[in-house]
Structure formats: structure tokens, C-alpha cells
Write a protein that binds this ligand. Sequence first.
Ligand code: NAG
Ligand code: NAG
Ligand code: NAG
Ligand code: NAG
Length: 192
Amino acid sequence: MHKLLLLTGTIATLVVHTLAHARVTTPTPRKLGTAAQTACGAAVYQVLTSDLTGPLENAKAKIDATYDAEACHLYFCRGAQYEDNVSNTRVYTPGTVVPFHIDLEAHHTGWANVSVVNLATQTPIARLFTWPVYANESLGPSEWPKNETDFQVTIPNLGEQCSQPNACAIQWWWYSGYSNHQTYENCVDFTQ
Ligand SMILES: *[C@@H]1O[C@H](CO)[C@@H](O)[C@H](O)[C@H]1NC(C)=O
Ligand SMILES: *[C@@H]1O[C@H](CO)[C@@H](O)[C@H](O)[C@H]1NC(C)=O
Ligand SMILES: *[C@@H]1O[C@H](CO)[C@@H](O)[C@H](O)[C@H]1NC(C)=O
Ligand SMILES: *[C@@H]1O[C@H](CO)[C@@H](O)[C@H](O)[C@H]1NC(C)=O
């Protein structure tokens, strides 16, 4: 019995480990907090927070009656709510070079990009970085392109579009469309 429990525990650990995928760690992205918990419901929130690198599809699978589709947008900024991390809004003047680091835990071949997004309409307004192929799982560590985990973006002149808080964010987006069809996102809030 003890051995069985131990084995089950080991398998659970392995499963949790292979479920870890990727997230932005620099700049620190918008945090998940109580506003997200209220909007997304406890079950979805639990999945989102138990593995910050996990795919959105794992959280989607837990959508229940407490999920408020008007408020929680799983496929936009990972369901994170601006109110939960207002103090994390940066100021990026035109031409600011912003270094990014991605914690890429597991490779699943897909494509990715980084865009300035309009938070009200949930649409991209400027493309800052594009990977036509991202996280190719056929490559070994020595072949991994460095810019999949460390890269820089230059903030364009966005006119007046991003002058107010909660108008714009930089969204990193990865879809493992050549592999297991999973979506990963983080948003960095800013004004200009
Ligand atoms: C929001 O993010 C900043 C920067 O990471 C952090 O210092 C602050 O504690 C966060 N606020 C909340 C409410 O989590
Ligand atoms: C770029 O990212 C957006 C999400 O912001 C996504 O909807 C779009 O399909 C991506 N485009 C490409 C070409 O990867
Ligand atoms: C992934 O890498 C392998 C090995 O280099 C290559 O054959 C394959 O075309 C790559 N996948 C994509 C989608 O480019
Ligand atoms: C990312 O790095 C790869 C090679 O590792 C290069 O081919 C590609 O042009 C780089 N992408 C950008 C947007 O600089």
C-alpha cells in the first residue's frame, strides 16, 4: 500500500512537471489576484495559479457556473485582471528597448509573437516580435534559438492610444499549433 502511494505520488509529480510549459518572467507580467478569482471562478483560478506556466486549455477545461465570460477572458492576458496589479503599470516612451525573458519549461512546436494590444477591444495594434516557428520540440538544447527565451522589443510611437492606464499592454502569445495545440500568454501593462 505504501509503495503504491509512493508510486502514485511520483507519477503525479512527473505529470505536474511535464505540464509546465512557459511564461514571461521579465518584465514581471500582470499578476493573478482576487479580481481574476471572482471573474474566472475558483476552479479556473486554481488551475491558472497552480502552474503559472500552464496552457490556457487546462484552465478552460475547468470552466464552471462561476466563470463570468464577460469579465474573465482566458484567451486574453491569460484571464489576468488589470485591477489585480495596477501598481505594475510601466511607462514606455517611444523608442524604449524592453528586454524580455521567457521561462520556457517544455517545447511544443508552434508559432509566437509579441504585440502591443488594445485592452478594450482585445486586438493587437503593433507587432513587436514574431517567431514563425517557436519552441520546436525536434531541436536539442544546443539548437534552441536564444531569442525564444531572451529578446528585446522596441516600443513604437503609439500616438495617444496608450496614454491612459488600462488602455494598452504588451502581450506575449504562443500557440503550439504544430504540436499539442496549446495557448500561452502573459501581459505587461504600460502607458506611453
Ligand atoms: C503588482 O506587481 C508589482 C511588481 O511586480 C508588485 O510589487 C506588487 O506587489 C503587485 N501588486 C499586487 C497587488 O499583487
Ligand atoms: C499573434 O498574436 C495574436 C495574439 O495577440 C494572435 O491572435 C495571432 O494569431 C498571432 N499571429 C501570428 C501570425 O502568429
Ligand atoms: C523543427 O526542426 C526540425 C529539425 O531541424 C525540422 O525538420 C522541422 O521542419 C522544424 N519544424 C518546423 C515547424 O519548422
Ligand atoms: C531569432 O533568432 C533566429 C536564429 O536563432 C533568427 O533566424 C531570427 O531572425 C531571430 N528573430 C528575430 C525577430 O530577430
